[in-house]
Design a protein around this ligand. Structure first.
Ligand code: ASP
Length: 439
């Protein structure tokens, strides 16, 4: 059985972190495929190597000499190599990168060198083979990730390479040029490698011990989440609970491979295990509580709306034409509230309102701003009665008015819309109701 281990930028920021990573990998012979990020921040105001590379690219573009613009990047890698006491250097790679810059390398190419060079050092430290992601991870001519070709090619490479380091964050376009994923994309690479290797587990090593039930900036010392399903995680990350790149679950999810979020600085902590399905007999009824601000409600009232043929289609068509995507649409007999991201209304609020009035001819029309949404997520809710009551009771005792309620029939979550000013308080009282009272 093989495990794929991905290490984020803070886990590989300097030689001290590299040593922790090597110890973690060497402690388990199943950790055979390693996906590194570029070196991240060593301290709060430090700059990530990826950002140094973007800066280097801009500077070369405006005519600065490559060697000078690249010096801060080179310093980071040479520092790591020196502090690890390695008899190894990246000089040939630096020369090649300089040549590529001079012959018009792209911004994506520049950024990708962060993972590429870090992967070379890590492969040397571990005695693992270095597999360039450009040879096994592919995009199509439209720039979309090509899952099928990647899985076949990377799978074939890994089959003959028992231990390898595969740099995160990039792959190749059909013409061989480099393309990167969006920021934080090494998480996605790790997932792709896990699928291609048919791994038993994808370990994602970072600087926190997994997911927390609520945002620690709002709730003091929140409990950790030990086990979460892919579907629960989707709900929570959509609401802004970040640790993992939002696309990273898809390749492993389709292959039924669990992800374990682990802390490089506290490897003995269990972290969070993300699994395809799990027992609904959970420690707490609620797995996580997350939320987002900045929503607006487009409120429409019209008598006999429900019997007007094509009403919904016309409404949605206007929204689509203005690139406004409904997040929730609670409806009554003669009312509909479309909850949208306030940002999507920027610059077109009046035009959109007029168009909606022309097309759906409402009796009453209003756009209300300042809505926050809170998702209370838990696979355990399905089998228990009274969860919604407890959410509403917690909010009502705290004198918080609920402006919208939405619960899907999957019963995986309850979403409430409240005034933005009540946001932090609402999260705290729901946390107290479901976690503190059950501790
Ligand atoms: N180094 C890239 C970034 O900073 C990708 C990653 O770390 O996942 O976004």
């Amino acid at each position: 059985m093989s495990k794929v281990v991905k290490f984020g930028g803070s886990s590989l920021a300097d030689a001290k972190q590299f040593k922790k990573v090597a110890d973690i990998i060497n402690a388990d012979p199943e950790r055979v495929y390693v996906v590194p990020s570029a070196p991240g921040k060593r301290f709060k105001d430090d700059t990530k190597v990826t950002d140094l590379l973007y800066q280097c690219y801009e500077r070369v573009l405006t005519g600065e000499d490559f060697a000078k613009a690249f010096a801060p990047v080179r310093e980071r890698y040479d520092g790591i190599i020196k502090d690890l006491g390695l008899s190894f250097d990246l000089n040939e790679d630096y020369v090649k990168i300089g040549k590529d810059f001079r012959s018009g390398a792209t911004r994506d190419y520049a950024a990708s060198r962060g993972e590429y060079l870090n992967g070379k050092i890590l492969a040397h430290v571990l005695g693992y083979e270095f597999v360039d992601a450009a040879n096994g991870i592919f995009f199509d001519s439209k720039g979309e990730f090509d899952a099928d070709i990647t899985n076949a090619c990377l799978g074939a490479i890994l089959e003959k390479t028992p231990k390898a380091v595969i740099p995160g964050f990039y792959g190749a376009l059909p013409d061989g040029s480099i393309k990167t994923f969006s920021r934080g994309g090494s998480d996605f690479t790790g997932s792709v490698v896990a699928k291609a290797a048919g791994a038993s587990l994808y370990e994602n090593w970072t600087d926190v011990s997994g997911f927390l039930v609520a945002d620690p900036r709002i709730v003091k010392n929140p409990a950790g989440i030990e086990v979460i399903t892919y579907s629960e995680l989707r709900e929570l990350s959509y609401m802004g609970a970040g640790v993992l790149h939002e696309d990273a679950i898809f390749p492993v999810r389709s292959a039924n491979i669990p992800i374990n979020i682990k802390n490089t600085n506290a490897p003995e902590d269990k972290g969070t295990l993300i699994v395809p399905t799990a027992d609904s007999n959970t420690k707490y009824l609620v797995t996580g509580i997350a939320g987002k601000k900045d929503f607006s409600v487009i409120s429409i009232e019209k008598d006999r709306m429900n019997s007007e043929s094509g009403f919904m289609r016309r409404l949605l068509q206007v929204l689509e034409n203005h690139s406004v995507f409904p997040e929730h649409m609670p409806t009554g007999i003669d009312t509909i509230s479309v909850v949208v991201n306030s940002k999507e209304l920027d610059g077109q609020r009046d035009k959109l309102a007029q168009r909606l009035k022309d097309v759906v001819r409402p009796d009453h029309f209003e756009i209300i701003d300042g809505l926050a949404l809170i998702a209370v997520v838990g696979r355990g809710m399905k089998s228990k009665k009274g969860t919604a009551t407890r959410v509403f009771a917690a909010l009502s005792h705290a004198d918080i008015n609920i402006r919208m309620i939405d619960q899907g029939s999957s019963e995986l979550n309850i979403i409430v819309g409240i005034d933005e000013k009540d946001f932090d308080k609402a999260i705290r009282v729901i946390y107290d109701m479901f976690i503190l009272s059950e501790q």
